[in-house]
Design a protein around this ligand. Sequence first.
Ligand SMILES: Nc1nc2c(ncn2[C@@H]2O[C@H](COP(=O)(O)OP(=O)(O)OP(=O)(O)O)[C@@H](O)[C@H]2O)c(=O)[nH]1
Ligand SMILES: [Mg+2]
Length: 329
Amino acid sequence: MPANLTPEYRKAEEWFRSAATDDERLLALEEMLRTIPKHKGTDHMRADLRRRLSKLKEAVSGPKKHGGKRVDVFHVPKSGAGQVVLLGLPNSGKSSIVSTLTNAKVNVADYPFATGLPTPGMADYEDVSMQIVDMPPVTADCAPPGAVGTYRGSDLIGIVIDLSGDVGGQMRVCLDFLESHRLLIDEQTEATDATGNILGRKAFVICTKADIARDGAMEILKSCCKGRFEFVEVSLETGEGLKELGRKMFELLDVVRVYAKKPGRPADMKEPFTLQRGSTVMDLAKTIHRELAEKVKSARAWGKNVHDGQNVHRTYELADRDIIELHFQ
Ligand SMILES: Nc1nc2c(ncn2[C@@H]2O[C@H](COP(=O)(O)OP(=O)(O)OP(=O)(O)O)[C@@H](O)[C@H]2O)c(=O)[nH]1
Ligand SMILES: [Mg+2]
């Protein structure tokens, strides 16, 4: 029986191959196990993955003891439309962003190294929620152990730059960290392994403390990035730019919202499904229940690229805000 491995699984496999430490290998194996399609054709592969995982866990933390469970605090399970992980120097405003946009309890402080562990929170944007992860800081000399895995597992990296400080210096530290771990994906960074597979993540820049910015800080920052990133200027003090920040994160996560509808019933407009742009009717069916993907025959669609109630093939590419009624064999 064919295994029908998904792009998500392949990505996790690439991550495993490129991992530099056992901790990162562990995260990648867990991701492989999470994303591998679960059917008869993958039974052996899943058993093998579980074996490798438990062997690696033993190698990392010694044999299992009763009552003891190893928790990897740098592994942040994903939730919502996508995961944005923040990166920045001490005091740059990472925790302030998470504290302002989400209900998560984080430590905002006027002294450096106030945050010691990744902390996720959910931020609302229109009718979806996105996950933002507060992180311990990086500096020119050190980065939190395990953090590479958190960034590699994310959907988007938010580089946080304090506009009241030395913006060029902060950007250099963040770029050194990202480039040395091949965490970036853009035209200037070769974030691929030997077989040409992409390993990096997209990134953008969140410029904080706009209310107390140094003169010309944005110009200096933009000139040292040479058109590499998109920027959002915010002030957590005045609230300036926060709406734009939500919009930018949603745009860069590159997802579409789809509302499911049962035949003869109104669509559920409250809780859209979110899928990667480029997903099809079959992908939607798989998201609702993995066995439905094989059974879906066609669909009716309402949205900007179709006439109301138009019959579409199961390979139809979903557009943002489509309403979809699935039809099964
Ligand atoms: N004026 C102003 N102050 C800000 C802004 N954002 C954050 N701050 C202040 O900057 C200080 C540091 O903010 P944090 O959010 O704790 O910084 P952090 O990046 O999480 O710091 P670490 O946890 O050490 O990495 C706090 O005193 C905040 O109140 C802003 O937009 N404007
Ligand atoms: Mg903090």
